[in-house]
Design a protein around this ligand. Structure first.
Ligand code: PMP
Length: 361
């Protein structure tokens, strides 16, 4: 059977060796006679998994002891509520930078908790770009500034870290974590759902400056309390143990493949390959201005919608899956997370070129 390549935005493709490893260990983890999904979250075996996931994450991303690493439930969307729940209340404010679907969702949720200043930073005419930081009207009393590093749906990414002076930055890195080096010390808080570059759904990683934990609101639900979660090593209740186990395997894999620098090099190479096809095409339209192009999610459309459907159908028959764009925008979306092999990109690029030759007269 021809190998299948999964370009879905998430849950996303995982490296084959990891799937094989999971399968191999599934019935008998480390000679315990138990499956990894049967291990108690308070057992020494699970503690070893959890601790090694945390230390690998610290090593790969460069997270110092000034930051706590939390393993939380509920995916990234739950952080849209938890962040304001922990740090805002009546009379407080925060700045939310809106550059697309996910950052706007985060803003809509935060608005339920406090007075939020929305900054419309998306230039959305014939093309997409992000307005420069100097044009943002930041408020003087904001407790933090929230933004989304990589908007997964339209493929718009920040070229560099926004300069918001002394305000703590809170960042949704769900689709970009582990894809390039970041300077963690510039952030107050980073969160990322796991189902793209950190394994499988059900887990959200939160990296938070310990100093900020003293500002966490009192009397909030136990499970959503960052301070308690940090104090109790993310064991306030049963954590998503299997997802943490897969995270550990994935981080091991990233390390053995050369770490974040190598991941960045690959994703740059892979995305440039696709952008070259788009730039030389009369059929595929990508709206993002070059400077803000994502290396991770590349969206485009074909004007003739019948032809676009034909593209998606034929892609599937070439075993190129998960290319349909998000429901909210339609079109085509190519997601190139760390686990996408070069062979997948090659087949996709060849398919796109052949499709254009056959369908443009
Ligand atoms: N933020 C971003 C940038 C995302 O891409 C997604 C999911 N695609 C989310 C938040 C929401 O994630 P979840 O489904 O885990 O809540």
């Amino acid at each position: 059977m021809q190998e299948v390549f999964n370009f879905s935005a998430g849950p996303a493709t995982l490296p084959k060796p990891i799937l094989e490893n999971i399968q191999q260990e599934f019935l008998n983890y480390n000679n315990t006679g138990l499956s990894v999904v049967e291990l108690s979250h308070r057992s020494k075996e699970f503690f070893a998994i959890r601790n090694s996931a945390e230390s690998l994450l610290r090593e790969l991303i460069g997270i110092s002891d000034d930051y706590a690493v939390l393993f939380m439930h509920g995916g990234a969307s739950s952080q849209f509520s938890m962040l304001p729940l922990n740090f805002l209340s009546k009379g407080h404010s925060a700045d939310y930078v809106c550059t697309g679907y996910w950052s706007t969702k985060a803003y809509a949720e935060a608005k339920k908790f406090a007075d939020i200043n929305a900054i419309n930073a998306l230039e959305n005419g014939d093309s997409y770009s992000i307005r420069p930081t100097v044009a943002w009207e930041l408020s003087s009393n904001a407790s933090y500034v929230h933004y989304c590093d990589n908007e997964t749906i339209n493929g718009i990414a920040f070229a560099e870290l926004p300069d918001v002076k002394s305000k703590p930055l809170a960042c949704d890195m769900t689709s970009s974590i582990l894809m390039r080096q970041i300077d963690v010390s510039r952030y107050g808080l980073i969160y990322a759902g796991a189902q793209k570059n950190l394994g499988i759904a059900g887990l959200c990683i939160v990296i938070v400056k310990k100093e900020l934990l003293n500002k966490v609101n009192k009397s909030i639900p136990r499970l959503y309390d960052y301070k308690r979660c940090a104090e109790e090593s993310s064991l306030v209740n049963t954590p998503p143990t299997f997802a943490i186990y897969v995270l550990r395997l994935l981080l091991d894999w990233v390390k053995s493949e050369g770490g974040v620098d190598q991941m960045y090099r690959r994703s740059k190479e892979n995305s440039e390959w696709v952008y070259q096809v788009l730039d030389n095409s009369q059929l595929y339209n990508n709206k993002v201005v070059k400077e803000f192009r994502s290396n991770i999610n590349i969206s485009f459309d074909i004007q003739d919608k019948d032809l676009q459907n034909k593209f998606l159908d034929q892609a599937e028959s070439h075993k190129l899956l998960g290319l349909r764009g998000h429901n909210s925008v339609g079109g085509v979306r190519i997601s190139l997370y760390n686990a996408m092999p070069q062979a997948g990109v090659q087949r996709l690029v060849e398919f796109m070129q052949d499709f254009e030759i056959c369908n443009v007269v």
